[in-house]
Design a protein around this ligand. Structure first.
Ligand code: ADP
Ligand code: MG
Ligand code: MG
Length: 499
């Protein structure tokens, strides 16, 4: 958990900080400069705005807050002011979003590539193995997904030294915060509209954020392609979900603007209530399902028994559009990310040389643990690497001395277990002082930020119906913390101030 403490606020000047390196202004907003009384006012307004506009999550200290909407709500953790971000990098991240969407689609169609790349991982990672089993079954059945929907989020950090925007990962399942990210951008715009002049900041430099509308539209278009007016969109949820408002924000426009009904079901419920009609239609409690949107099912804990795996298989066999399908899910694993970063692999999936070059520029160093030179280097300089298992949701990676210890252990034991991990170059983003607000309390701390760019992709056979950049999420975490999840308690929601 973030070990931030309350630091008394000091008064000085605001604006963009000057750097001593002579390269112009350093891209951070100088919060040291803000008058203490002004900060208090902004905090109060921000907390009020969040409550009035639904920038909220379930309060874990209140029973039922993860089950019943309207019970035990607390503002989502947020950064008080947006983080400065260079416009050229933002543009680049937007530009590559449709290329990544297309790449995931192409990779998803190459069943052998997915199976082969993950074949060694399969032997040592039970969870990935179960996903691969479902994938194999679909290959055996010759199951063809003609309508494919992806709602992705590609995450980046801007490496301070090289000034490169490097991809952390691409999430193809349960990419969170399409709803709340829009609200944080609105919160910051609203604060700067009011206080911008005093802070020396212009609210127009915060890009407006449309993820919710774009994702709702993509879901609605997928529903239309499915072409059954009586069918619903089904959100696969965890039994307890403190981030439910983020999900509800996405389904409100679906209902209001597009008149599409959404139902929420857990994997266990789908197992109990689900059935397949002979034509492949998925019925859950008698309700036909056009689109299955997963906000669960990405972690081993989502499958406490065989019932949940049965539900996953049932959905996969059905004709419903899965967001993601098992192939899209696997295409988003860290092992596949590492395989795609190898020389000449992108060329298997993409033709356009410029597109390939653009993606490759975003790739950080990624290695398999078979690479003994890299393993040796990582043991010598573990602080320059991150060791990652095939997991999602934050809190799973290995850093620092633990990298060394784990690599040594794997060498000693000579197990196959090394196939469960990949090694990644550690990225060091710029550290800047920020105000983080959590539970109504403002902490000042040094922090780093991670940009997520949402992408939507929908196709029906040869027709690409949607392929776009849909919006963004900035997450800011104290620099002393390795991990970055907001729900996991490491980070806060943020937006960006273009410089
Ligand atoms: P998950 O799927 O669990 O979110 P990530 O690959 O995104 O896994 O890693 C979780 C967090 O760890 C990221 O949000 C980021 O803060 C940090 N992280 C991951 N990879 C790196 C890296 N190469 N360099 C620095 N930090 C990283
Ligand atoms: Mg992830
Ligand atoms: Mg992540």
């Amino acid at each position: 958990c973030a070990s931030s403490k309350i630091v008394p606020l000091r008064c000085a000047r605001v604006g963009l900080m000057e750097t001593q390196e002579g390269s112009g202004s350093k891209p951070v907003i100088d919060i040291q400069g803000i008058d203490e009384e002004l900060v208090e006012k902004i905090i109060y307004d921000a907390l009020l705005w969040s409550s009035l506009h639904g920038l909220v999550v379930g309060d874990k200290s209140v029973q039922r807050s993860g089950k019943v909407p309207g019970v035990g709500m607390v503002h989502a953790p947020f950064a008080l002011l947006p983080v400065a971000f260079p416009e050229n990098h933002w543009k680049l991240a937007c530009e590559v979003a449709p290329i990544f969407n297309e790449l995931i689609d192409r990779v998803s169609l190459d069943g052998n590539f997915l199976q082969d790349s993950l074949s060694r991982t399969k032997k040592v990672d039970v969870f990935t193995s179960r996903l691969l089993d479902i994938h194999s079954k679909m290959l055996e059945m010759n199951k063809i997904e003609e309508i494919r929907l992806g709602l992705h989020r590609s995450d980046y950090m801007l490496d301070e030294q090289t000034k490169l925007l490097l991809q952390i990962e691409l999430n193809t399942i349960s990419a969170s915060f399409p709803g709340l990210s829009c609200l944080v951008s609105e919160l910051h715009r609203s604060l700067l509209k009011h206080y911008g002049e005093r802070l020396g900041l212009d609210f127009k430099r915060i890009p407006s954020n449309t993820t919710v509308d774009r994702f709702a539209e993509a879901l609605a278009k997928a529903w239309t392609e499915y072409n059954n007016p009586r069918a619903a969109v089904m959100v696969v949820v965890q039994p307890e979900e403190h981030n439910m408002y983020d999900q509800h924000w996405l389904f409100a426009p679906l209902k209001e603007k597009h008149d599409v009904t959404a139902i929420r079901k857990t994997l266990a419920e789908i197992d109990k209530e689900g059935e397949l009609l002979p034509d492949g239609t998925l019925l859950v409690n008698g309700q036909a399902v056009a689109v299955v949107y997963f906000r669960s099912g990405y972690a081993p804990t989502d499958y406490p028994s065989e019932a949940e795996w049965r539900a996953r298989l049932l959905m996969e066999k059905s004709s419903a559009i899965k967001c993601p399908s098992i192939s899209y899910h696997l295409a988003g694993t860290k092992k596949i990310q590492q395989e795609l970063a190898k020389p000449n692999v992108l060329e298997r999936f993409l033709e356009n040389k410029d597109d390939i070059a653009k993606l490759q520029k975003c790739f950080a160093g990624l290695w398999s643990l078979d690479d003994s030179d890299i393993v040796k280097k990582a043991i010598e300089r573990p602080e320059l690497f991150v060791m990652k298992p095939q997991r999602e949701g934050g809190g799973n990676n290995i850093y620092g001395d633990d990298v060394k210890e784990n690599l040594r252990r794997l060498q000693r034991e000579r197990t196959e277990e090394n196939a469960a991990y990949i090694l990644m170059q550690r990225i060091f983003p710029i550290v800047s002082p920020v105000f983080l607000v959590r539970n109504g309390i403002c902490h000042k701390d040094h922090a780093v930020s991670e940009l997520g760019v949402y992408g939507a992709y929908l196709r029906n056979k040869d027709k690409v119906i949607v392929n776009e950049q849909s919006g963004y999420l900035m997450r800011t975490k104290v620099s002393s913390s390795n991990e970055g999840g907001v729900a996991a308690g490491f980070a806060v929601l943020d937006s960006m101030y273009l410089i």
